[in-house]
Design a binder for this molecule. Sequence first.
Ligand code: HEC
Ligand code: HEC
Length: 429
Amino acid sequence: MMCCLVLMGNVLVAQEPVLDLSAAEIRQLMQFKRVPLPADPGNRWADNAAAAALGQKLFFSTRFSANGEIGCVTCHQPALGFADGRERAVGLAEGERHTPSLWDTAFNRWFFWDGRADSLWSQALQPFENPREMGLNRNRVVLLLHQSDPLRHAYEAIFGALPDLSDVRRFPRDAMPMPNQAGHPWAAAWGGMSESDRDLINGIFANIGKAIAAYERTLIAPTNGFDRFLTALATDPAHATTQMPPAAVRGARLFVGKGRCNLCHVGSQFSDGTFHQTGVPARDGSFPRDAGRYAGVSLLLADPFNSAGRYSDDRQGERAQSLAFLQRRADSWGQFKTPNLRQSAQHPPYMHGGQLPDLAAVVRFYNTLEGRVNNGHHVDPLLVPLGLTPAEEADLVAFLASLSVPPPRDNPWFRPPSPEPSRKETREK
Ligand code: HEC
Ligand code: HEC
């Protein structure tokens, strides 16, 4: 094909000669083809629609926070790619890390930048008890659910009847384990509960996480221009390049070629699912103190809600068994999880500390590695200066942009739940 005009959206654009992608390049690009969402055997309710509906209510509610103003949605806003647009998250106080997007989060193997959770449902429990995020404790969360008629009914329809929690001597209003603050009144109250009552609270708390996870499984990134490009490559190659701007096609080739991005950003979610030390500098130039994966491993192994723990529905499964081999290694200091790049244009800034303001800055960093923090032998050997020209940098950015599309407005999971029908409406139906 020589030069021509093609229709993109509803605009006619001049098409450059089609890039002749080699068979090897096409094979590499095909590795990004979407795959179905994997099952989550650790959560028996992962694909239960009623659990997802309850999870949606919990996700968008702000009542489960110390000041009644903060919920998951505060930091994971639908209009901001289920992130918050900030460098570092702000709940009750400013946190230490950047809020990741929740698009496609259910595809992850590990959760948080440091992988300190190994299931989506156990991840969801931590913000409730994080003093900088929602600042509550598990007893209070469970009691708040118990006190709300609609939430209690929804819960009981899925998980079975809640026990009587009214005896405050057995179930103190505020209690949770706090290994590093044994003197805290909440820790003392937790220590004063019987083993079986603690187990009861933990079980309900875990179910709350499982409902939220069922909801989060609906946050699947919509089909983007690159997905359509791949489909066309497989079915109608001559028209593949009409699905993406030429710059993005050139960028795709760089992504798996000179840019070496697919050494880590690979597979349908553009992530190898593991951890690397990119050495991205702190914004103020100070030496980074975040241990990342090094600390995450210890936290995960100590977490009673991990995949091998008694609240998992798959305690003998693959994830549970792999915990036995997990070790804290010196070279994991400063490693962070490779993020998914679908929808990333929707949620600047980037990296675990929100250090880089836009995609152009990310690509420039990889190209030059300027300012990279080199703490001795830990920096990832896969990263080398790339020698990309400014035009090639722009092409890579165009490719990254092609992975993002505005989410469809008509998907009811991508917005707050519709209010409960009032009694009157229910009767009229
Ligand atoms: C104050 C802001 C804030 C609130 C509130 C909050 N989050 Fe987050 N979320 C973050 C930050 C920051 C991280 C990354 C923290 C880290 O890696 O240490 C994160 C990480 C996550 C992740 C992991 C994503 C991944 O790819 O690893 C999920 C899932 C998530 N949050 C869901 C939730 C849910 C569900 C709630 C409510 C129960 C919630 N968040 C409440 C800021 C927040
Ligand atoms: C050695 C593995 C590796 C390679 C190679 C690599 N990345 Fe990354 N990428 C990561 C990791 C790990 C992070 C998170 C780093 C952090 O937060 O410190 C990341 C973060 C990003 C982000 C930020 C996403 C977000 O949500 O914050 C973008 C965009 C990105 N990479 C694009 C690229 C591009 C484009 C290339 C090729 C030029 C590339 N990466 C090469 C591992 C890699």
